[in-house]
Design a protein around this ligand. Structure first.
Ligand SMILES: [Zn+2]
Length: 292
């Protein structure tokens, strides 16, 4: 399922262009005169430091949206580009420990406005996974632009090529048909269940669990969080209730939970080899969206 692929994104890649950032002219030259260096420093300290207003901001349409406590639905957010300050803050969090926790931190830095306010971490966790993914893509666009360039080695023709994925054009976004509907009925072998959409709290709760648990154990945790009711009885957070279900019903529920999740389809992108046109499925995650 898409969200799991996003959760299991590979570890952050190191900055690939660090060498190019070192200007050879900056290396101390013993022949350079001291006054020239002082003049350079004086100019540098006088040069303007860009202010926060200079940062790029982007509007993001949320596929589901945030339902405020007063019942109002907000489907538009404003995100901004990340800076070195943000990069340093994020560098203190290990995305391999719990990538959903990392995403919450990333969003708390990059999301400026949701509806009419700067959202708290609690609100960012209340958002469904697809909205969080949409915001991550928005921050990516504001920071590095709309095109994601990936290297591809073709197994058909053996050639290396660079492929470009356009965040706005190549990633399909599944909307939530009725953005105010958050409970969905599912027919079981015997009776009916109600499920809800996966949100940031749940995503953080599974976090590292995906690495250590078996598929059946992971399914139990997802069901525990997303199955609200079975045959009219509230079962949320009830471990036994979802383990007692038949395997067929568990599979039906897992499929329904996956199908109902709105959001960018990050695991369903096909890119062609630039030489022979062979299509390759790729999955976008934090690792290839961000460079820090
Ligand atoms: Zn090829």
């Amino acid at each position: 399922m898409v969200q799991q692929e996003f959760l299991n994104t590979p570890p952050m890649m190191g900055p690939p262009t660090i060498e190019t950032r070192i200007d050879p002219n900056m290396v101390a030259d013993p022949s350079s005169s001291v006054p020239a260096v002082q003049a350079a420093i004086a100019t540098a300290s006088k040069s303007e430091i860009p202010t926060i207003e200079d940062q790029e901001s982007t509007t993001v349409e949320l596929p589901a949206g945030w339902i405020a406590p007063n019942g109002r639905l907000y489907q538009e957010a404003v995100v901004r580009e990340l800076t070195g300050y943000d990069e340093e803050k994020l560098s203190r969090i290990d995305p391999n420990k719990n990538v959903a926790h990392y995403v919450t931190e990333l969003l708390s830095l990059g999301v400026e406005m949701l509806g009419d306010q700067k959202p708290s971490k609690e609100i960012l966790r209340d958002l469904v996974v697809g909205d969080r993914d949409a915001l991550v893509l928005g921050i990516r666009r504001a920071t590095y632009g709309n095109d994601v360039v990936l290297k591809l080695t073709c197994t058909e023709c053996g050639e290396d090529s660079e492929v470009t994925v356009s965040v706005t054009d190549d990633i399909k976004v599944k909307p939530l048909e009725d953005p105010l509907q958050r409970l969905f009925p599912v027919k079981l072998k015997h009776g009916e269940a109600q499920i809800t959409l996966m949100n940031g709290w749940m995503q953080e709760n599974f976090g590292d669990a995906f690495v250590k648990k078996t598929k059946a154990e992971m399914d139990t945790r997802i069901l525990q969080k997303c199955v609200v009711e079975i045959n009219g009885i509230k079962v949320l957070e009830n471990d036994d209730a979802v383990k007692r279900l038949s395997s067929a019903d568990r599979a039906t529920l897992i499929d329904a939970i996956t199908e109902h999740q709105p959001g960018p389809q990050l695991g369903e992108i096909e890119v062609p080899c630039a030489t022979c046109g062979a299509e390759y499925p790729i999955s976008l995650g934090l690792g290839n969206l961000f460079r820090f």
